[in-house]
Design a protein around this ligand. Structure first.
Ligand SMILES: Cc1ncc(COP(=O)(O)O)c(C=O)c1O
Length: 391
């Protein structure tokens, strides 16, 4: 009998030695061996089986981080998963592992702002050029490919705009041109989309969000196929970008309920979307309206949707949009998302950055909502009273 992934999440990583349901936190810098021979044996095992969880020093992780990596490798259906101290660390590791001075990267225009700053500003100083493409028009991707293009970096859906792209088409363009691909899959997580199995070389998830699920830990994961494994392994060793065991423990604990929480975020978000889609002042940025291109692209690749959505609000009076956000009583105002609680954020210039293809009209404003695990009836009632302020 083959158990489903939901069952695997509940039953995996038990510590039979200590008879505990959850594996212990193993904190270590120095690892003590029985003899020098034992050290050498471990090192040669690590060489022969680099994904096997052998380690001779704490910077390579301990059993606590390796257990998490094993669970994530199964969830991602990937060759291996590397874990990093933050989600952004995983973004950096993916790009740093495969690009070198003289290379070019093509990136979706609405990527997460720090990813944009990393490529557009920082990597420029290392002679790595970034070109942005319009996720709604993949011709802007194809047209910008040159002999120097090393990597196509996708974020799906795009931060702020929530555009869903034709992922299969991007992969076939990349394969035709022998270009590597990476995707930031924090929104969907491999519970709803498995990027490595549809052909991406690398897939990033900020574990800070749904994996941990409780807004009290930071971490990241980078899933890879066999082709890029060796590059990322080398880069991780050089940068020392490793997740600590206490954070790994909390993320493993969060993963136990990933499916239950995401199913509920999905259900709540769809109910909120149904309510918001009736409001004339709001253009909903969420895969809800069946005839929209975004819905079709989402449906083609995802088995569900998470709780993060955007609202494009038309208002003559800009201050009234801020008033709408400030009037929400059940939504906290703050960065990040993916925890059990609802959040709201007005997306000003500092959150959006210089988007090339985001043509907001003067009277259009962006608000981001994270739909948490509260009772959806209460969330809808709260939104209803706050939306009255939009003028
Ligand atoms: C889409 C996306 N990717 C990556 C990150 C970075 O993750 P972290 O905050 O864990 O560094 C974030 C954080 O908000 C995000 O929204």
């Amino acid at each position: 009998m083959k158990n489903s992934f939901k069952t695997f999440l509940k039953h995996t990583a038990k510590d039979f030695h200590n008879q505990s349901v959850n594996p212990p936190v193993v904190r270590a810098s120095t690892i003590i061996f029985k003899s020098m021979k034992h050290i050498r044996n471990t090192q040669s095992k690590a060489k022969k089986n680099p994904t096997g969880g052998h380690y001779d020093y704490g910077r390579q992780g301990t059993s606590t981080t390796h257990i998490l990596q094993k669970i994530l490798t199964k969830l991602e259906e990937s060759y291996h998963v590397f874990t990093t101290p933050t989600g952004f660390g995983a973004v950096f590791l993916a790009i740093f592992s495969v690009t070198r001075p003289g290379d070019e990267i093509i990136i979706a225009d609405p990527v997460y702002m720090p990813t944009r700053l990393l490529t557009e500003n920082f990597l420029k100083e290392f002679n790595i050029k970034t070109i942005f493409y319009d996720p709604k028009n993949l011709k802007t991707l194809e047209q910008n490919i040159t002999k120097k293009t090393k990597l196509i970096f996708v974020e799906n859906p795009g931060s702020n705009t929530f555009d869903f792209q034709d992922l299969g088409k991007i992969i076939s363009i990349a394969k035709k041109n022998k270009i590597l691909t990476a995707i930031d899959n924090t929104w969907g997580t491999p519970y709803f989309l498995k990027p490595i199995s549809i052909g991406f070389d690398m897939s990033i998830v900020s574990a800070t969000k749904y994996y941990s699920g409780h807004s009290d830990v930071m971490g990241g994961s980078l899933a890879v196929n066999q082709k890029v494994f060796k590059y990322v392994e080398k880069a991780q060793k050089i940068t020392g970008l490793r997740l600590g065991p206490d954070d790994a423990y909390l993320i493993t604990r969060g993963l136990r309920t990933l499916d239950v929480r995401l199913d509920k975020h999905y259900d709540n978000a769809m109910k909120v979307a149904a309510f918001l889609s009736k409001n004339k002042k709001v253009k909903l940025l969420y895969p809800y309206k069946k005839r929209s291109q975004n819905y079709k692209m989402w449906k083609k690749y995802y088995s569900g949707a998470s709780g993060l959505m955007g609202l494009m609000i038309k208002a003559k009076n800009k201050k009234s949009v801020i008033k709408f956000v400030n009037s929400l009583k059940l939504f906290g105002y703050g960065y990040s998302w993916g925890g059990f609680e609802s959040l709201a954020l007005h997306q000003g210039k500092s959150e959006r950055g210089n988007r090339k293809y985001l043509n907001l009209n003067k009277n259009e404003r962006l608000v981001r909502l994270h739909i948490g695990l509260e009772d959806s009836t209460d969330l809808i009632a709260d939104l209803k009273q706050a939306l009255k302020h939009v003028k």
